[in-house]
Design a protein around this ligand. Structure first.
Ligand code: SF4
Length: 341
């Protein structure tokens, strides 16, 4: 059962300078759905549009970002919600925190450096639950942070007195205290060392298991996706080019870009030089025609420069946007037809 569906979403950054309008096509025609209680990953190189997609899904649309087309709909047990149709910031704020929440890139964007940690919890719990201190507040916050392995004493600290790993744990505790239905995490382990990263991954798994929420993890780090996610989407230049469950994606990638990303990963015991993806992601102001990956694709064909490949299902639950897959699907359909007759 899906909890979130995104239909043909186009979210562009539009700026005007000396009467010249510049449009950055950060998310450009994206369709997918997220199932209830799953951990869904979104991967791709920096600048592919994944963080913008996450902003649009959480209704964080502020100029110069504009949603030009498409829908983002939540299917909660008690209500349907079109987040892009919410007009007032007050309405959006009520949804954010209580129904959907956000673990941002870098804890310092959430934690105010001149306020003690307790104040951040008071803001969230006070705004959404109306509990502004006293034993009820302490009981609620204490049980939550202790379940996440944090000591109550951190409440009296200022952010700069804590390590980066501890601050990230607190950010996660803040994002999950209201037990939201959907949690978005934007590069939740970036800038943390490997040991701390492992702790944060374990913490996210624990929360998901206990609160039974749905999570969307956005990171370029494929190892994090392999560790955490049930399904994974690969984005390239503002579009999804492949989507599959994590095992299929890592064992049988089908898009040349996904193959390239996976080939660049080191494997244990292999000392050979890994190939990185040649070239760089294109500018999203003026992306390449046809398949946007064609200037970097080792399997490029003439058609790829002219036409846009659609995201099609090539195996159950495995979708790919690449002309190389068209013949495969045709062959499979023919075989099925032959068996049927
Ligand atoms: Fe490469 Fe063409 Fe497939 Fe794009 S559509 S990934 S250019 S083969």
């Amino acid at each position: 059962m899906s909890i979130l569906s995104v239909e043909n979403l186009k979210a562009h950054y539009v700026t005007e300078k000396r009467r010249k309008i510049t449009r950055v096509l950060a998310v450009d025609g994206v369709t997918f759905h997220i199932n209830k209680n799953e951990i869904y990953g979104i991967a791709g190189e920096s600048g592919c549009g994944k963080s913008t997609l996450l902003k649009a899904m959480s209704g964080l649309i502020k100029p110069p970002l504009q949603v030009l087309e498409g829908e983002v709909k939540y299917h909660f047990d008690d209500r349907e919600l079109d987040i892009l149709a919410l007009r007032g910031e007050k309405e959006r704020r009520e949804i954010r925190g209580a129904r959907i929440s956000h673990i941002p890139q870098g804890s310092m964007s959430v934690l105010n450096p001149v306020r003690r940690i307790r104040k951040s919890f008071e803001d969230i719990v006070g705004t959404h639950l109306g509990i502004r201190g006293g034993s009820e507040f302490e009981e609620l916050v204490k049980s939550h942070i202790e379940a996440l392995g944090l000591d109550w004493n951190v409440m009296h600290s200022f952010p700069h007195q804590l390590s980066g790993g501890m601050r990230q744990r607190i950010t996660i505790a803040l994002a999950t205290i209201l037990k939201p239905d959907v949690i978005f995490a934007d590069e939740p382990t970036t800038a943390l060392d490997v040991v701390v990263q492992r702790g944060v991954v374990q913490l996210i798994k624990k929360i998901k298991q206990e609160q039974q929420n749905t999570m969307v993890i956005v990171t370029h780090d494929l190892a994090i996706h392999a560790n955490l996610c049930d399904r994974l989407a690969i984005m390239y230049a503002g579009r999804i080019v492949e989507e599959a469950n994590v095992d299929d994606m890592f064992q049988t990638p089908k898009h040349p870009y996904t193959e390239m990303l996976l080939n660049s990963l080191p494997t244990l015991g292999d000392r050979s030089v890994r190939e990185s993806a040649p070239g760089a992601p294109p500018s999203l102001v003026n992306p390449p025609s046809g398949c946007r990956f064609h200037p970097r694709c080792p399997k490029v064909m003439e058609k790829c420069r002219l036409e846009v490949p659609e995201l099609i299902e090539v195996e159950s639950g495995h979708q790919v946007a690449c002309f190389l897959q068209e013949g495969r699907v045709y062959e499979q359909t023919r075989e099925l037809g032959a068996n049927y007759h």
